[in-house]
Write a protein that binds this ligand. Structure first.
Ligand code: HMG
Ligand code: MG
Length: 306
């Protein structure tokens, strides 16, 4: 198998994970989660979101979270920013990297950010211009790259069109989201085969939700295409409140197990991530679904390799 030697993991749990919890997690607990994640070897953490607090009340404390975390110098702390108003708040909170986002499908774009795809480009351009002028790097997300809960399957050409527009704005990296977590390796293969005719593997990251249990299989498919950046969430938390049925992201600790056992370096310590997953499980008061958190709880001792 042709595989990369090293992969970068972008932890999105504090944002993608906590935006989808039914209850508001206290700011101090969010800060404690991020500070623990900062001790695991991760070099990228998406910490919150400067979207409208009415739309995502779970992350209404974005500024307070950013002010309170203990920033490590080798870690880039990022946040979602939907528009100029969000950028103003994000810059005031001294974010390191801005993540803009939109969808490849009209139905999800409209439901998630209240605009058509074509109406979204000028809004994001303003954010990208403002962020670059302020010396920030900008990442872009494209959601529903495999399928949309409103419009059905997405054609790779729709993703290419949106990606071209985003790269033209000066974005350096695009994360491709299987937002509802239904994709399978043949679909990921078709998408990446088309994307890589237009863009380089280094320009892309993959963001797999795991609704159907296929996220890790999709990661392996992406690795064989030379992709070296993956988003994941501690404990397998996550989901998009504007994509019905979407469940958690691929769990960071399960992704780490897979990559490390395949001989791929990440620089992240699995055991520390497991302990952090146990911490947030305690805060949320519910069992998380990842395999590695079950091992950390001591539930799967018989399956350990001796
Ligand atoms: P809108 O209501 O159309 O906004 O929302 P608007 O521009 O018409 O403004 C209405 C009012 O909101 C104005 O106030 C604005 O100032 C205010 P008024 O003049 O009426 O007093 N406003 C704001 N206030 C604070 N912060 C802001 C902001 N923007 C406007 N940023 C908007 C449009 C995009 C803001 C809204 O639809 C929104 O916040 N959507 C966010 C949805 C979201 O966060 N979804 C989840 C994240 S995406 C995701 O999970 C997918 C991903 O993980 C990848 C994957 O899995 O595929 C990234
Ligand atoms: Mg997501």
């Amino acid at each position: 198998m042709q595989l990369p030697k090293r992969v970068q993991i972008k932890e999105v749990g504090p944002r993608d994970g906590l935006q989808n919890e039914k209850v508001f997690i206290e700011t101090a607990h969010k800060v404690a989660l991020i500070d623990r994640l900062s001790e695991t070897g991760l070099d990228y953490i998406e910490v919150t979101s400067f979207v409208h607090p009415k739309w995502i009340p779970q992350l209404a404390d974005a500024v307070d979270v950013l002010k309170a975390i203990k920033r490590q110098k080798d870690i880039r702390y990022a946040a979602l920013v939907p528009n100029a108003k969000g950028l103003e708040r994000a810059l005031a909170a001294e974010i390191d990297e801005v993540s803009v986002f939109m969808s490849a499908s009209e139905g999800h774009n409209q439901s998630n950010i209240n605009k058509s795809i074509d109406e979204t480009f000028p809004v994001l351009k303003e954010v990208v211009d403002g962020a670059l002028a302020a010396g920030k790097t900008v990442r872009g997300y494209i959601s529903t790259v495999i399928a949309c809960p409103y419009d059905g399957y997405t054609k790779p050409a729709q993703v290419v069109r949106v990606a071209e527009k985003l790269f033209d704005m000066g974005i350096t990296e695009i994360s491709l989201g299987d937002t509802i977590g239904v994709g399978v390796p043949t679909q990921v293969d078709a998408l990446l085969s088309e994307m890589l005719r237009h863009f380089k593997a280094e320009q892309l990251a993959m963001h797999f939700h795991d609704t159907r249990g296929t996220a890790l299989a999709n990661v392996v498919t992406s690795l064989t295409h030379g992709i070296t950046k993956f988003d994941s969430a501690i404990g397998g938390l996550g989901g998009c409140p504007y994509a019905q049925g979407a469940s958690g992201n691929v769990a960071t600790e399960d992704l780490l197990y897979l990559l490390h056992e395949m001989g791929i370096e990440t620089g992240v310590e699995l055991e520390r991530v497991q302990q952090t997953a146990l911490y947030i499980e305690g805060i949320l008061g519910k069992k998380l679904s990842s395999k590695q958190v079950a091992i950390a709880r001591g539930e799967e001792e018989s399956c350990q390799i001796s």
